[in-house]
Design a protein around this ligand. Structure first.
Ligand code: NAY
Length: 289
């Protein structure tokens, strides 16, 4: 059974502090209404890379406390500070997170040896399994097939969150590592990823659109490709509108239309403007009502 995960958002107050009640509301909505299989906590959509260390700990605590054992949880602990990544890997493992994930280290153009060392260090002292978070569009770091193979030499490294439009590489990865967990990260390209045999998907727009994405996965599994394409088209109409309206703040504004207090994004992310708010209302009316 393929699994669908929402990339959990963090509700922020206007002053950039975490809005705990709003974050809990989004978690509940994902579990109770969206019925997702899991949550990816501390990823890009969660604005992890905007947060202080204390805020990261706070969100990891809130998510597992609210979600308990209702859904699968993956904690993204990767950081430019390897010591922080190692600390957070232990922190979330002690909290009970069943999986960890770490973004490829970025900004300083690390060599592959340095990247490999980073991953091996993160998992070394924790009794947990790690999913590589590969997102070249934001990190500028692309891993090759052979580099994934080298990382997988460590048995604690069990999969990839593959947020990449390189489908040639995805096919090669799937074919070479049939037993590894591969989760697709671009919601607008879910169908081609399913065609190449991914085990599931993690994404931002599933916070609002999980039911349609699940239906698409089910149609694909049943061999009804026409239905799956129609559902992907409907999803992509929504995703295009979200991107055009600035996706991260808009996801939160649309959540408000659904009665969920998702707070705002944290500066320097864009703050809501009247145009953006009107755009979010239109997105809700056009695609989600
Ligand atoms: C995460 O860590 O939050 C993710 O899962 C990232 C996946 C998202 N990628 C980015 C760059 O935000 O869900 C996607 C993306 O928002 C969506 O496909 C629209 O492009």
């Amino acid at each position: 059974m393929k699994k669908l995960y929402s990339a959990l958002m963090t509700a922020f107050n206007d002053d950039g502090t975490v809005n705990e009640a709003g974050t809990r509301e989004m978690i509940r909505y994902n579990i109770d209404v969206n019925k997702v299989d899991g949550l990816y906590v501390g990823g890009s959509t969660g604005e992890n890379f905007n947060m202080s260390h204390e805020q990261k700990e706070q969100v990891f605590k809130i998510a597992i406390d609210e979600a308990k054992n209702d859904v699968d949880l993956i904690a993204q602990v990767g950081s430019l500070d390897l010591n922080e990544a190692k600390y957070l890997a232990k922190f979330v493992t002690d909290l009970g997170y069943p999986h960890i994930s770490a973004v490829t280290p970025f900004y300083y153009n690390y060599t592959f040896e340095q990247i490999k060392n980073y991953y091996n260090e993160i998992v070394k002292d924790v009794d947990n399994e790690l999913i590589i978070y590969s997102i070249p569009v934001l990190t500028g770091v692309s891993l090759s097939l052979d580099q994934f193979a080298e990382l997988f030499e460590n048995p604690k490294i069990i999969g990839i969150k593959y947020t990449n439009a390189d489908f040639f590489l995805l096919e090669r990865v799937r074919n070479r590592f049939p037993d590894k967990l591969i989760l697709s990260g671009f919601d607008e390209m879910l169908l081609p990823a399913l065609a190449l045999g991914v085990d599931g998907a993690i994404g931002s727009t599933y916070n609002l659109n999980a039911k349609r994405a699940k239906a698409e996965m089910n149609a694909f599994d049943a061999g009804d490709i026409d239905k799956a394409r129609q559902l992907q088209k409907d999803s992509n109409d929504l995703i295009s509108a979200l991107i055009a309206n600035d996706i991260y703040p808009s996801l939160k504004l649309v959540f408000k239309e659904l009665g969920v207090n998702a707070g705002v994004t944290k500066r320097p992310m864009a703050q809501p403007t009247p145009e953006m708010i009107a755009g979010a209302k239109k997105i809700y009316n056009d695609y989600l009502k």
